[in-house]
Design a protein around this ligand. Structure first.
Ligand code: SF4
Ligand code: SF4
Length: 392
């Protein structure tokens, strides 16, 4: 006799999904058109129809351990063809946000960062922290003379805040991801057919090239915006790491390090080499900022375009797109204001806002839209281990 499975619907979860933007959920009448048109859905137990049923029934426990919702790249091919306007692509996006909140450690941070209504609380944390550090060190105020950001907010204070909190954030992220991995892999009854490392390498290759992203027909241009934001972040992460390396290891202080005999000694006395390294660093930093800024503008443009068609971007996605754009914009404007001798209060004020937003992006990474990158990587790796994902 077939074994009975008892499901416990979670009505509160359904209400939360609808409040977060999945208000079209109940329109779905299970025709499965979405699963047929999805270019990334496997033949065996395809998505997103089954996730629509699970979400309608409030099967939260089943959904938080689903790897399939992470195979979706939110192209919305399915939403275009859904005869009921149930927007399955958007429902999956909201489910992914819920999974991040459910696995978040500590859980309250998931609630603060995951709910756009709490944005002021999320921003108040770095604002208060920065003001307290500046006040305690006697730096609260606008320095006299030319605008030099390190006079306003000394670099070692920035490091004192960011380095330990970044490390704490990495630990919190690791706990959240291990929860997710445990939920996703335990009790599935599925046996991996491939090893973790080869599957991870395959996954990273796929993500770096955005190969699956480009398989979607509808909203294909989203992949360009995504690539720009993705590589803009990577470029800025590299330049930030190099800047920290310089600060503590190389210790080049002069803006023209060719004057510095210690620096010249590292490069065998070649001023040309010093200049090449310096120019490459500047190029990488500026190109990454431009990519981030352009990608942020394109993300917002694409989302505005989608708004009137088949999809509706959740406020969570809007918030992140806005913050990405503002990080690029405030970083750029602070530099322009410094070089063009704007009033100091404007330049320092813009720089302060920039630091608050950078805090949001880096320290809140385990709970924000950026966490998708790691959750998705882990979930795709698992599906590759199961040989479940669609071949490109
Ligand atoms: S979401 Fe739309 S296309 Fe998919 S099963 Fe439901 S009604 Fe059909
Ligand atoms: S949004 Fe695109 S990838 Fe996601 S389920 Fe729909 S068709 Fe598939």
């Amino acid at each position: 006799m077939a074994q009975e499975t008892v499901f416990t619907p979670d009505i509160k979860f359904v209400r939360e999904l609808k409040k977060a933007g999945a208000d079209t959920l109940k329109k779905c009448y299970q025709c499965a058109t979405c699963s047929v048109v999805c270019p990334l859905s496997p033949d065996d137990k395809p998505f997103p129809r089954k996730e629509m049923v699970m979400a309608q029934w409030g099967l939260k426990d089943e959904l938080v351990k689903s790897a399939d919702i992470w195979l979706c790249h939110n192209c919305n091919d399915c939403s275009k063809y859904c005869p009921r306007g149930a927007r399955p692509g958007d429902v999956l996006a909201i489910l992914r946000k819920s999974v991040i909140q459910e696995n978040a450690f500590p859980r309250f941070m998931g609630k603060i960062v995951g709910d756009p209504a709490n944005i002021w609380q999320a921003l108040a944390i770095p604002v208060v922290l920065f003001i307290v550090v500046l006040a305690m060190s006697g730096h609260l105020g606008i320095p006299e003379g030319n605008v030099v950001f390190s006079k306003f907010f000394p670099v070692h204070f920035i490091d004192m805040i960011f380095v330990p909190l970044s490390m704490l954030s990495v630990v919190m992220f690791a706990v959240s991801i291990s929860r997710f991995w445990k939920n996703m892999t335990s009790g599935t009854g599925m046996t991996p057919k491939a090893g973790f490392m080869p599957s991870l390498v395959e996954t990273l290759k796929e993500i770096m090239t955005h190969a699956k992203f480009r398989k979607c027909d509808e909203n294909k241009d989203r992949s360009v915006a995504h690539v720009l934001v993705f590589y803009g972040f990577i470029g800025l992460a590299i330049t930030t790491a190099l800047a920290v390396f310089n600060l503590y290891i190389l210790k080049w202080e002069s803006p023209y390090p060719v004057d510095d005999p210690d620096v010249l000694a590292i490069f065998g006395g070649s001023t040309a080499l010093v200049w090449i390294v310096k120019i490459l660093f500047k190029l990488l930093a500026n190109a990454s900022s431009v990519m981030l800024l352009t990608g942020g503008v394109l993300v917002i443009k694409n989302r505005l375009k989608e708004r009137g068609v088949e999809t509706l971007t959740s406020s969570f996605d809007w918030l992140f797109a806005g913050i990405v754009l503002l990080v690029g914009l405030t970083g750029f404007l602070a530099q322009v204001m410094r070089v063009a001798h704007f009033p100091a209060v404007m330049a320092y004020g813009t720089y302060f806002i920039h630091l608050v937003l950078v805090f949001y992006i880096i320290i809140y990474m385990p709970y924000s839209k950026l966490a998708h990158f790691v959750y998705r990587t882990v979930a795709i790796t698992w599906t590759k281990m199961l040989k479940r994902d669609v071949e490109i």
